[in-house]
Design a protein around this ligand. Sequence first.
Ligand code: ADP
Ligand code: MG
Length: 670
Amino acid sequence: MDLNTPVGSFSKAYKMYAGRLSKLNIFKLEDFLFHIPFRYDDFSLVSQIGLVQAGETVTVRGKVEKIQNQYTRKWKSLQRGIVYDETGKIEVLWFNQPFIPKTIKEGDEISMSGKVDLDGNKLIMKSPDYEVIFQNQTIHTGRLVPIYPETKGISSKWLRRQVFKLLQEFPSIDDYLPKDLIKENGLMNLDEAVRKIHFPSSLNEAEEARERLSFDELFNLQLSSLVRKKQWEKEKIKKWEVEKHKEKVKKFIKTLSFELTNAQKNATREILKDLSLDSPMNRLLEGDVGSGKTIVATVAAYIAFLNGYQTAFMAPTEILANQHFNVISKLLSNLNVNVALFTGTTKSKDTKFDIAIGTHALIHKKVKFKNLGLIVIDEQQRFGVEQRGILRQKAKNPHLLTMTATPIPRTVALTLYGDLDLSILDEMPKGRKTIKTWVVPPSKRTGAYNWIEEKIVKGKDQVFIVCPFIEESESMVTVKAATKEFERLSKEVFPKLSLGLLHGKMKAKEKDEVLDTFRSGKTDILVSTPVVEVGIDIPNATIMMIEEAERFGLAQLHQLRGRVGRGGKESFCLLFTSSKNPVTLERLKSMEAIFSGAVLSEIDLKLRGPGQMYGTLQHGIPQLKVASFSDFDLIEKTKKEAEKVFAKLSEYPNLAKKIEEENLKEVSPD
Ligand code: ADP
Ligand code: MG
């Protein structure tokens, strides 16, 4: 057994937990060790019971004199106990944890950490952390106690015990970094760093450990990109004719009902340049929602067509695939380009297509490409490395264009995607108005509903209402909540209006119907789970209302907001929140004044502490475990070191292996 053992095959108990652990990105034993605490409870002050004072946060050790369950009149349970050592006694009280008298027995030697209170004139500890002392060691008390990112059914206490056991079982963790590198950068060795990040004897020590692990995280990312880039560039292909078809491309662009923005022109130029070279393109096109990425990709697909190659255009949802299909077939209808749609429900048997648009159904074996030359992946962060890989295998070294609306800050993009070339659409099409945005407290909810109704009745406006973000991937919990809200809104709030409901568990056909009805103007309000975030385009929708906005990341709110304001009408975004936390409110208020996705994502980056897990999936910016994307100095330093080491990577087989493994893993969290 080694640290690469998958958690599921390690023990029965772990097998049961495997699903939950995967939510924390813990798949193999080693991942426990690299599940990094985001803070520590300082329970290092150990005191004799006779010396503790009210108000102190301390750890005491003693014998249990008494422990029992009691029930209040309302059938809530209390656990009361008395603990003593040779200097005195202290009372202890827990609430609603009836299992405690089963884990702690009279006569046990226990350790408890927490705040000491006065109850009348007696000292008492309420809801302290506790553990039965085993082999004279404590894990959860009497030290700096690590607090981890948690998930439902996986507590810090549980994680702590697993980490502790693993560190005991594995006496040494091999260091894969070159010795010189460790020395020159004054780093702690890896084994020591892993032990100390979990169980430091001082915060200083924890900080030093963090420095080593941050270094590794950024260094590995950058070294991995260098390796990927080299592999990519090794492949040579036949050059495409671009110059020859320039006039046709220009003519096509002239047929559009609008002029391309300068940013679109630049990105198009960069892509056309890539396509004329003898190694495959690997480019990320990043642009805010509504910045017009689709048309840029369509130009690339048209060039592929003119060169006799097929294009595969993959989108993350059926809704989006349908929309792309409609838009792109219309754009290219007069040019003899054959566009086909492949989704879970529309299994086109067509093989004569020039452009295949679809969901991940495209990677299915049955979709046969004759001459695939270009792959476009929309909202790339939503696909796994594996899915992207399978699609690529359908061709021989195809050109790859990935697109994202996630405003990834430049530093982040360069660190994570150093192997990709980057084009940024940093300019909106002319005539877009800013979307008036307000944070709405509970006291103004009714007023807001009235205002919305008036807008609909008088202005024929249409409205999105987005239900709260409950969990990373949409399950029945989210669906139920949305359905309930839909019913409440239909019956109690807007009985005179027509409402539709959209959620991820509906069949594709139902979704289409709901969207078509909304698009045609027959429904006034579309209530939905956060799925609408991904690029749907409904020009007459002018109001976006978001429930429990504080649960979303700013960049994500910005993407949701981008669903309105697409037509010529004035548009609005209402962020409902009942939070009273000033930091949260300030964070949300930045939406009222800032309309650049990039700036909002920088703010998010600064304001969210590590370990805050909300909304990572839809936010789309991968989270670092230890390091920070705002640590520019370390990013620079590790970049230089990675370049140095890359030149002679073959001299360090352990590191090379580590990087290879790293490259097989997901880069993004979803
Ligand atoms: P996104 O970058 O979010 O994928 P889309 O490609 O869906 O954006 O474009 C959003 C809308 O803007 C579409 O209706 C598209 O036709 C329109 N559009 C794209 N480029 C321009 C432009 N240069 N001027 C005006 N409208 C444009
Ligand atoms: Mg799009």
